[in-house]
Design a protein around this ligand. Structure first.
Ligand code: DC
Length: 228
């Protein structure tokens, strides 16, 4: 069966990653969380005190970062940076608070987009992020743009953090999400935007299962049509 690329973009905490992961697993596709890559770069830059205003340091830093996705024993994709599993450390608030400024940097975006395109060269992939349908894979066969009310997004993020034993107050999360929306949507380099041919899905009142069913249904429609 012909394989396609599914690009899922949208604001933080709209259920992109959960939907993308589930859809990939149902279709037997690979899942790539592009946000995890920007988070890993942020972790490296913070740990190595790389100045975000020094292009030389940034370029040197980027050459030192090797990213690879591996599948764990539960079938979940995990990101490794320079051979170390960084899945846990990149989800901390320290990273969430610094990732948007890092992802505005042109050299960072160029390096990540290049790697993302390589990962998708054989298709059969679901990738989620902010610029997947607009910049990384403008010819993706299925493009989705997820939205949801800020209260619902903050509550979902709070539950995710709670599962990692971290209680963060709702207002702190709302402030972080609002600030990231603002930076992500207004940056000069490939800002978060809905591709003209993306389908918008508002996830405020639907469950993850409903979201996944809907996306799988759309994907199967595209796969069948792309065989004709
Ligand atoms: O999806 P996430 O919340 O883990 O993403 C973290 C940050 O990475 C987000 O605030 C913006 C940035 N990002 C990006 O600029 N482009 C992408 N394709 C994915 C994420």
């Amino acid at each position: 069966m012909r394989k396609i690329i599914i690009a899922i973009d949208g604001y933080s905490a709209c259920g992109k990653s959960t939907t993308a992961r589930e859809v990939a697993s149902i279709l037997g596709y690979r899942y790539v969380d592009s946000g995890a890559m920007y988070r890993a770069v942020t972790l490296y830059f913070l740990d190595h005190h790389i100045s975000l205003t020094n292009p030389k340091e940034i370029e040197r830093g980027l050459t030192q970062i090797h990213l690879a996705f591996h599948i764990n024993s539960h079938g979940q994709t995990e990101l490794f940076m320079n051979g170390v599993n960084v899945e846990k450390s990149i989800r901390k608030m320290r990273i969430s608070e610094n990732v948007s400024p890092v992802s505005t940097i042109k050299q960072v975006r160029q390096a990540m987009v290049e790697q993302q395109r390589k990962l998708g060269k054989d298709k059969g992939m679901v990738m989620d992020g902010r610029d997947i349908g607009t910049v990384v894979f403008p010819a993706a066969e299925l493009k989705l743009f997820l939205t949801a009310d800020i209260q619902v997004r903050a509550f979902r993020r709070q539950q995710e953090l709670l599962e990692k034993d971290k209680l963060v107050d709702l207002n702190t999360i709302i402030a972080n999400l609002t600030e990231r929306d603002q930076i992500d949507s207004n940056r000069k380099e490939s800002p978060l935007a809905k591709a003209t041919d993306a389908l918008e899905v508002n996830t405020t009142h639907i469950t993850i299962d409903e979201q996944v069913d809907e996306v799988v249904r759309m994907a199967l429609g595209k796969i069948v049509r792309s065989r004709k």
